[in-house]
Structures are given as structure tokens and as C-alpha cells.
Design a binder for this molecule. Structure first.
Ligand code: NDP
Length: 285
């Protein structure tokens, strides 16, 4: 079987290409090979490769910047997904598309199930919801949250950098979610591609955290393995004390019980995966 991985140089795209299941030949396309603002190029890529699966790991992921560039975010997160779905209608392959906890408004206090009401608070969330809507009836959509990977652009690596520079850090403590390692997500995406029926799924690492909890864990784990050496005082603050252009859900835990029942697995607690990622980060230097 053939798979096309779009967004090949991103966190999830790289993780997907790093663990291609046996029996699948995967081709990765990064932005220089396929720009998702070009819908004709999307169709041509799918007609050329005629893949059994398209795994779309590309997205406009700059959550705050999307507030000032909503059209570009819509083109990449919404319209491009529709173009993939249209081309696949002709070639017959299946779209495996990644979406986000930011399609929810965070008003719930129990984990969001796949069919819970969406109500995005941000332009990023709106455009990701639009992408879900045009992915097509045959698509597998997998929402996830707070993704990080060694070498990627993410909160964990931002914290590592700041903890190497500063004596004090203030981190938002009233947004709750689940940090999720790209590696485990990639395993779930391949498994869903091979075993899942069309529909919407959730994947996240076990447990829950605030950004503050995650920062403290990064500090403790980073110190324990010698990746961090300075003393840093980390303080919890409220969202209102750290204003950003985009509004984020205060609570965005995803209920992944249906995914786990289907795949018969249990992702580790987020802190276990964080430790593995930090060790990989250390190896990469
Ligand atoms: P990254 O930002 O690491 O990767 C996104 C990739 O999309 C990048 O390689 C980027 O290319 C590519 N891309 C952006 N614009 C274009 C374009 N116009 N044409 C082609 N490629 C483009 O994100 P992640 O790997 O973390 O995200 C993967 C998926 O997971 C996305 O759908 C995202 O919405 C979703 N998600 C991510 C979360 C997170 O916390 N990161 C949380 C929840 C969901 P380039 O490298 O050239 O910029």
C-alpha cells in the first residue's frame, strides 16, 4: 500500500515518516514540494501518487498569528483539506486528517467526546473546524492536543530555552489539557489508517496538566538528566495575566476512550513521554 504524508517536515509528519508500518511505502511531501495554498498542486500530487492513504500533518499552526491572518489559515487548514478530499474521491484513497482540541470552547469540566459540540474560540480553531467539515465522509479525523517532539517548534522546547536564560518564569496555570508526544500520536494515526472506520477520533497522552504543571515537569525532568543546569523559579499565573491575541480553551481534555477501545492500547502518562522526549532532545544536542 502507498501513503502520502503531507507536512513531512513538521512534528507529526516527521514522526509519521519515522515509523512507517511494514507493508506501506510512504512518500513525504513538505512545503517546498507541495504548497497547500495551491489547490491545483494538491490535486496533481494525489493524481500523481494515487495513494491508498493521505496523512495530512500540515497545518497553519501559529495560533496567535492566525488572528491576523485568518484567510491564510483558512486556505491551509480548511480549503486545502477540501481539495485533498475532492481529489481522493476520484482516486479512491482515504484521508487521515489531524485536528485539534481548540475546536472546543473549554466550558466543559469532563473530557470532550468526539461528537461533543464544537465552538472554537480562535481563528485557528475555526479554520481547523472548517477542515473537519470538508474532509469528506470517508475521512478519518484524529483530534489531539498540546503536541511536542524533539527538534520541533513547541512549548517544551520554548521552556527549555527560557530555562537556560532566565532566573524566573511565570506560566499560565488555569488552562488544563493533555501534553501529547508526537511519536505516540503517529503510532495511533497509522493504526487508525489501517484499522479505523471513517469518523472522528481522539488521541492524547494519559493524565492532565496545566501549562504551569508542564513547565515544572520540564524543569524537574530536565534537571534530573542534566539537560538544564540553572536554578529557575517558576510561578503560576492566570490567563488574564498573560494576554495573547487568540483565546484558548480553559479546559480541553479529549476523551480518547473510543480510540483506545478500538486499538486496544493505552498511551503512557504524559510525564513518561516527556522524559523520553527530553532524552531524545539531549541526544540530538
Ligand atoms: P508543525 O507546525 O510542526 O507542522 C506543520 C507543518 O505544516 C509544517 O511542516 C509546515 O511547513 C507545514 N505547512 C504550513 N503551511 C504550509 C503550506 N502552505 N503548505 C505546505 N505545508 C505547510 O505542526 P504539528 O506537527 O505539531 O501539527 C500537526 C497537526 O496536528 C496539525 O494539523 C495541527 O493543527 C495539529 N495539532 C497540533 C497541535 C500542537 O500543539 N502542535 C495540537 C493539536 C493539533 P514548514 O515546516 O515549511 O513551516
Amino acid at each position: 500500500m502507498k501513503a502520502l504524508v503531507i507536512g513531512a517536515s513538521g512534528q507529526v509528519g516527521s514522526a509519521l515518516l519515522g515509523q512507517v508500518p511494514s507493508g506501506i511505502t510512504a512518500t513525504g511531501l513538505s512545503r517546498d514540494a507541495l504548497d497547500l495554498t495551491d489547490e491545483t498542486a494538491i490535486a496533481e500530487a494525489i493524481f500523481d501518487h494515487r495513494p491508498d492513504f493521505v496523512l495530512n500533518a500540515a497545518a497553519y499552526t501559529a495560533v496567535d498569528k492566525a488572528e491576523s491572518e485568518p484567510e491564510l489559515a483558512q486556505a491551509i487548514n480548511g480549503d486545502a483539506v477540501g481539495a485533498m478530499a475532492m481529489a481522493l474521491l476520484e482516486t479512491g484513497g482515504r484521508l487521515v486528517h489531524i485536528s485539534t482540541d481548540f475546536v472546543f470552547d473549554g466550558e466543559q469540566s469532563t473530557p470532550y467526546a468526539p461528537d461533543d459540540q464544537r465552538n472554537p474560540l480562535s481563528a485557528y480553531g475555526e479554520t481547523k473546524a472548517a477542515g473537519e467539515d470538508v474532509a469528506g465522509d470517508d475521512a478519518i479525523i484524529c483530534r489531539t492536543s498540546w503536541v511536542y517532539a524533539a527538534g520541533g517548534a513547541n512549548f517544551v522546547r520554548t521552556m527549555l530555552r527560557l530555562m537556560g536564560e532566565r532566573d524566573e518564569l511565570s506560566v499560565v496555570a488555569d488552562q488544563i489539557g493533555a501534553p501529547t508526544w508526537a511519536s505516540g500520536l503517529a503510532r495511533t494515526l497509522w493504526a487508525l489508517a489501517l484499522e479505523g472506520q471513517p469518523g472522528t477520533y481522539h488521541h492524547r497522552d494519559a493524565g492532565a496538566a496545566s501549562w504551569y504543571d508542564l513547565a515544572v515537569a520540564i524543569y524537574e525532568e530536565g534537571r534530573a538528566i542534566g539537560l538544564l543546569s540553572r536554578d529557575v523559579a517558576i510561578s503560576p499565573i492566570a490567563t488574564e495575566d498573560y494576554p495573547t491575541p487568540a483565546h484558548r480553551p480553559a479546559y480541553s481534555l479529549l476523551d480518547d476512550s473510543e480510540t483506545r477501545a478500538l486499538l486496544g492500547d493505552r498511551p503512557p502518562h504524559w510525564r513518561v513521554n516527556l522524559r523520553k522526549m527530553l532524552q531524545e532532545e539531549q541526544r540530538l544536542g
